[in-house]
Design a protein around this ligand. Structure first.
Ligand SMILES: Nc1ncnc2c1ncn2[C@@H]1O[C@H](COP(=O)(O)OP(=O)(O)O)[C@@H](O)[C@H]1O
Ligand SMILES: [Mg+2]
Length: 378
């Protein structure tokens, strides 16, 4: 047995009034016209896996218009037993998590219950888009693997916000700044080391997928680059990362005062993509970018499977609309026995999968309702 989402229940979530869906432990195909609620459903699954939406940083956007609280609930089957996960978010209440009916104070407790890898057309911007997208990719992945990482990440983000506020004051309290610096170095170093390690491990896996996708013509390499710490070879050892961050903070001291923001630390870091030895962010064609992003996503699925000992859910949003047949076919090869998958599409013909996993279900999504289509996929 393995990790799968058996039941999803939604209340006042986007265009879902209320819905309960029982999924196959294998493949789930969600089809329907545009703007019916297919992506919303994947968003809800992602929300339950990570505590965050992949589309918005404001939870309130997910509350159905005119309502004041949303509910997303999942029954997850794992090797270790069944888990009942419940997230509520209200306009007047904070985000609330319950696991097996028991209220949890920390949202980070969510980690380890449900894990998912999502591929959406927006991901194709990952390589050429701003560094924030690449940091987010890493943070989402590591947050699902490690409660400690998520805990440090949340603390770090709070700290940077507080430190920025302090830097904006006309007279900066030096004592407080020194305390913030110490915390920034301590927490920041942990994030840098963990991210750099993840990239070191993802790089060869992504390179293998890339080689197959690009038919061996070019090699792909990923590298973590840390502002202030340097390249990933320097980011391996916690103690040395701490020292480097400390020195970097001292270096930018005056500039930070002038610009009134925190200039070094993992919130400024980036991931480099090198294709055939050249910086892909500058030189890659659109086709090369897509191939590299796909390779990275497939690597993420493998990496997370290794880390959690079970395959995470695979969520493929609208892959048919943005990928050419060759890349689409390749991505769909990740849909196999042992991986619970969710694929959305407007036209079933586009999926072109010859061998569907043994167990699958087909759902029709229309205006915030999900109906099992018992024709199956044939
Ligand atoms: N907070 C919300 N309240 C009610 N409806 C919403 C909310 N957010 C989005 N919607 C509706 O959800 C629909 C889009 O759903 P989506 O899942 O993105 O469609 P698709 O099936 O094309 O993936 C639109 O009709 C939009 O108006
Ligand atoms: Mg959609």
């Amino acid at each position: 047995m393995r990790l799968y989402l058996a039941t999803l229940q939604l209340g006042s979530f986007r265009n879902y009034d209320s819905a309960t869906v029982h999924f196959s432990s294998g493949l789930n195909v969600l089809y329907g016209d545009n703007a019916q609620g297919k992506t919303n459903l994947l968003e809800a699954i992602h929300y339950l896996a990570t505590g965050r939406s992949h589309r918005t940083s404001r939870d309130q956007d997910m509350i159905q218009e005119g309502r004041d609280e949303l509910l997303a609930r999942a029954e997850v089957v794992r090797k270790t037993g069944t888990i009942d996960l419940e997230l509520r978010y209200g306009l007047k209440t904070r985000k609330q998590l319950k696991i097996n009916g028991i209220a949890e104070r920390k949202i980070a407790r969510l980690v380890g219950s449900l894990a998912a890898v999502l591929f959406s057309p927006d991901d194709l911007q990952l390589l050429k888009g701003p560094p924030s997208g690449r940091r987010r990719f890493l943070d989402m992945e590591l947050s699902q693997i490690s409660q400690t990482y998520l805990h440090h990440l949340m603390a770090y983000n709070r700290l940077v916000a507080q430190r920025n506020t302090l830097l904006k004051e006309s007279v900066v309290d030096e004592g407080l700044l020194a305390i913030y610096n110490e915390q920034l170095v301590e927490t920041g170093a942990r994030l840098v080391v963990r991210r750099a390690e993840a990239i070191r491990r993802l790089s060869p896996i992504a390179a293998r997928y890339h080689e197959m996708l690009a038919e061996g013509r070019e090699d792909l390499r990923l590298a973590y680059h840390s502002q202030g710490v340097g390249d990933e070879d320097e980011a391996a050892d916690l103690e040395s990362v701490r020292r480097r961050l400390e020195r970097a903070l001292a270096r930018v001291r005056h500039e930070e005062r002038r610009r009134q923001v925190t200039l070094v630390g993992p919130h400024r870091d980036d991931v480099g993509f090198w294709i055939a030895g050249r910086d892909a962010r500058l030189y890659a064609s659109q086709g090369q970018q897509r191939t590299a992003v796909l390779a990275l996503k497939l690597a993420e699925l493998d990496f997370m499977t290794q880390e959690i000992g079970e395959s995470p859910l695979l969520l493929l949003d609208d892959v048919a609309s943005e990928l050419d047949p060759h890349r689409r076919h390749y991505l769909l090869s990740a849909v196999r026995e042992g991986v619970q998958s969710f694929i959305t599409c407007t036209d079933l013909e586009d999926l072109m999968v010859r061998e569907w996993p043994e167990s699958h279900r087909l759902f029709r999504v229309r205006a915030g309702t999900v109906v099992l289509d018992d024709r199956g996929l044939g």
